[in-house]
Design a binder for this molecule. Structure first.
Ligand code: MOS
Length: 731
């Protein structure tokens, strides 16, 4: 099925099941520990051995010699695989560095070997016996120092320009020119990367933890030189990914290599201390923002430049992308520059681009509003645009951004904020409020599904879609239930298996809308088959309460399967509606902080997000996603920083003791409001995504609240007390 004209009224609009706040259908499995994650599949692979990865302990250079003899002789060891044994393996399409390094070493903690043994402890002990002699070569590890040599990246739009930015900025009566920095971030998902590999002849099965099953299947096949049909990935439960599991990583490849060498299935998990440097991260940025405005607050010039770094062959953090679309202004420019760094591989992390970009842009907007003596909400509202500012002939499909700001201000009690920083106190706490815009583009991806209607009256959906904690199982079940007129309890959803039809996968907040649209397409086909069996007109048939009604006749749905199961498979693909209409999601984040006047300790007291993101398929799981994203945004604001050792080239704080993230207890009150909105340009579901919108702008709202509390403007994240302490108002 192709989606190329705006959605009209369809069965989803009945909202009997879709749009209702349902518990996660797989929730009981997860809360009782019976949902098995990749590393726990002893049920499917009872006889597997364990692999342990030997990582490089230099950032750049060569392996001169690698001595595995003591490891091979250690108790329980079945095999040791290095690049010497494996041969030179091509990289996958999505990897910048080789998952198995050696002799060349591209980054710290790049995997150099896997040691396979009967038990985990034996594998770990033997891995410690592998001796590697290195020849270290100097590397580049400091973004600030490498910035001058940064170049235009090969892909994307490294430079954009509309009107005369330089002229308009120079002439602007009120202006801001400020530079902000964001550090490297680690995904820090709960479930570490893990895989179990099993070979049957030249066919490989991987139980793994991955967001994008079909990408992973292709990459494993390419790396191992297998036909894709010989590779099967199984990933029904994923304990968080945030972009860190968009691509297969060393655990999957080394489990496969280890299993081949040991002639046994092998399980490999990345130990937590390996994840920060072995896998991908959100790259640090340096961002310069210049905005010029009229005295009454109309933006006349807006410019955003961003520098980030990556390994050779890598890409930039696209931190300027929202600035092209968020605010009006006739004269505009953006520039993206990429430095070569020898740090671990940078890549997508939750709202790649916008999350980092808004961390800077939304402080800049706060700063300029203050210069203009405007309320920061009024300033944003004044510069709203209903069209793509670069292409005014191109409207937004929906843009209820102003409504998010206004609704949030009312609900949060924004009028209690003092425009003068440092003016509100609660005992020793300085109180402040901050606001920021949330913006993230809406992406759609082709997605397929198969739906079976059994003789028992149950519908079963099969698709290789993943549920990374987002609620995919539930929204997919809701979609099938709505389409077939069944209760949710009559729908089974099977996900995360590459033997199922290829879905959108989970990424870029496209998964919920795209995968349910694929299920919608398959259900349309199944409804036709059902109507055909019942002799009813498929176009007018209504599926409701287990019955199909058309032309005055009403028949039980189950009558259609008397002759056996009915099966339908289809996909949803997209025409050019996203070219004709700019499709984005919007929101407003509100934060209240208390800052200890003596110590500078920052505590988030309250948060509110108001989101406009099309139809909300399941308000309960969507709320949970946004609350998670808000929490993650607080991490970016106040805690998270992969600290770079600029001499040796690695992330120093590579575990959860040193890389801190917020927990529930850190933020007592969080609330989420979804505006009642549908977007018929987006898909037949009229939905968009919220999983990434939720983090966009949060950190800036926190930083702005800290400024409002203290009068101290911190432009270098994270906003930690050492950056406030000597500037706090006298107690
Ligand atoms: Mo997302 S960063 O595309 O998982």
């Amino acid at each position: 099925m192709k989606f190329d004209t705006p959605a009209t009224i369809n069965p989803i609009d009945r909202l009997k099941v879709v749009g209702q706040p349902h518990d996660r259908i797989e929730g009981p499995l997860k809360t009782t520990g019976t949902a098995r994650y990749a590393y726990e599949r002893h049920d499917a692979v009872p006889d597997h051995a364990y692999g342990y990865i030997v990582p490089a302990t230099i950032a750049k250079g060569r392996v001169v010699a690698i001595d595995t003899s003591r490891a091979k002789a250690a108790p329980g060891v079945l095999a040791v695989v290095t690049a010497k044994e494996a041969g030179h393996l091509p990289k996958g399409q999505f990897n910048t560095a080789n998952l198995l390094g050696g002799p060349d070493i591209q980054h710290y903690h790049q995997a150099l070997a896997v040691v396979v043994a009967e038990t985990f402890e034996q594998a770990r002990a033997a891995a410690g016996l592998v001796r590697v002699n290195y020849a270290r070569t100097p590397g580049t590890f400091d973004l600030a120092a490498a910035k001058g040599a940064a170049v235009k990246p090969a892909d994307g739009d490294p430079d954009t320009a509309v009107g005369d930015f330089a002229g308009a900025y120079a002439a602007a009566p009120v202006k801001l020119d400020a530079t902000y920095t964001t550090p490297d971030h680690s995904h820090a998902m709960m479930e570490p990367h893990a895989s179990i590999a099993a070979w049957e002849g030249d066919k490989l099965t991987l139980w793994t933890s991955n967001q994008m099953i079909n990408w992973g299947k292709g990459d494993v096949a390419k790396t191992l030189g297998l036909p894709p049909e010989n590779v099967r990935l199984i990933s029904p439960y994923v304990g968080g990914g945030f972009g860190g599991k968009l691509f297969v990583r060393a655990d999957a490849l080394l489990a496969a290599l280890g299993a081949k060498a040991a002639k046994r299935p092998v399980a490999v998990a990345l130990p937590r201390p390996l994840i920060a440097n072995n896998t991908t991260h959100r790259p640090a940025t340096i961002q310069r923002i210049r905005i010029g405005a009229t005295p009454d607050g109309k933006i006349t010039a807006i410019g955003h430049e961003s520098w980030s770094g990556d390994l050779p062959g890598g890409g930039p953090e696209t931190a300027v992308s929202q600035t092209r679309l968020l605010y009006a202004g006739a004269n505009r420019m953006t520039a993206t520059r990429l430095a070569t760094l020898d740090l671990p591989e940078g890549n997508a992390m939750r709202a790649p681009g916008e999350a980092s970009g808004l961390m800077a842009l939304e402080i800049a907007i706060d700063e300029l509003a203050e210069k203009l003596k405007l309320d920061p909400i009024d300033f944003r509202v004044l510069n709203d645009t209903q069209v793509d500012p670069e292409k005014p002939e191109r409207p937004f499909s929906q843009r209820n951004f102003v409504q998010c700001m206004r609704r949030g201000a009312e609900q949060f009690g924004w009028q209690q904020r003092s425009a003068t920083p440092g003016a509100r106190r609660d005992g020793r706490w300085l109180l402040g409020m901050g606001v920021a815009s949330a913006f993230r583009n809406n992406l759609v991806m082709k997605s397929a599904a198969r739906v079976r209607l059994g003789k028992d009256g149950r519908a079963t959906v099969e698709t290789d879609m993943t549920d990374i904690g987002t609620g995919s199982y539930t929204v997919i079940a809701q979609t099938a239930a709505e389409m077939l007129g069944l209760p949710l309890s009559k729908v089974t959803v099977l996900l995360g298996d590459s033997s199922f039809p290829v879905s959108s996968g989970s990424g870029g907040q496209w998964g919920g809308n795209s995968s349910t649209s694929g299920v919608y397409a398959a259900c349309v086909k199944l409804r036709e088959a059902v109507a055909g069996k019942l002799g009813l007109d498929p176009a007018s048939a209504v599926f409701e309460d287990g019955k199909v009604t058309a032309g005055g006749h009403s028949l039980p749905l189950m009558q259609a399967t008397m002759g056996g199961e009915l099966v339908a498979e289809d996909s949803m693909e997209y025409g050019d509606l996203e070219k004709k209409f700019q499709q984005s999601t919007f929101g407003a984040h509100f934060v209240e902080v208390g800052v200890d006047a003596a110590t500078g300790e920052i505590r988030v007291r309250r948060m509110l997000a108001v989101c406009a993101a099309g139809r909300i398929l399941n308000p309960k799981s969507a709320r949970s996603q946004v609350i998670g994203a808000m929490t993650m945004g607080v991490g970016a604001a106040l805690m998270e920083e992969l600290v770079v050792d600029k001499r040796l080239g690695f992330f120093v704080n590579h575990d959860l003791a040193g890389y801190e993230v917020p927990v529930h207890a850190d933020i007592p009150h969080q609330d989420v409001v979804f505006l009642d909105e549908t977007d018929p340009m987006s898909s037949p579901m009229k939905a968009k995504g919220v999983g990434e919108l939720g983090i966009c702008g949060v950190a800036a709202a926190v930083a702005n609240a800290v400024y409002n509390a203290t009068g101290v403007r911190v432009r270098d994240y994270p906003v930690t007390l050492d950056k406030l302490l000597d500037k706090l108002p006298a107690v």
